[in-house]
Design a binder for this molecule. Structure first.
Ligand code: FES
Length: 105
């Protein structure tokens, strides 16, 4: 099962197993992890599931949709590594995936 490590702005982290086909956001919510709020429940409308994803995982996830790009553009603290974690569906990755959860304060 693919594993995802969530790094929080305070330096703490959590590592969980994620089912194939599950999003990075929903795995976080399911495991009651702090940081990812996911107000809209994953419909790419709220941007409270903002994470930073290193380009080294670019081959694992689909490119962002236009909707996602638009939302990220208006986010405070967004960078070229910003993604909405509800749009990051974990596939057959056999290596651990690390994401940095954006500071939502
Ligand atoms: S959960 Fe709302 S945009 Fe991702």
């Amino acid at each position: 099962m693919p594993r995802v490590t969530y790094h929080l702005p305070d330096g703490s982290f959590s590592r969980v197993e994620v089912n194939r086909g599950q999003s990075i956001m929903s795995a976080s919510i399911e495991n009651n992890l702090p940081g990812i709020v996911a107000e809209c429940g994953g419909s790419c409308a709220c941007a409270t599931c903002h994470v930073y994803l290193s380009p080294e995982y670019g081959d694992i996830f689909a490119e962002p949709t236009e909707e996602e790009v638009d939302l990220i553009e208006y986010l405070e603290g967004s960078t070229g590594e910003s993604r909405l974690s509800c749009q990051l569906i974990v596939g057959d990755a056999d290596r651990e995936i690390h994401v940095r959860v954006a500071d939502s304060r």
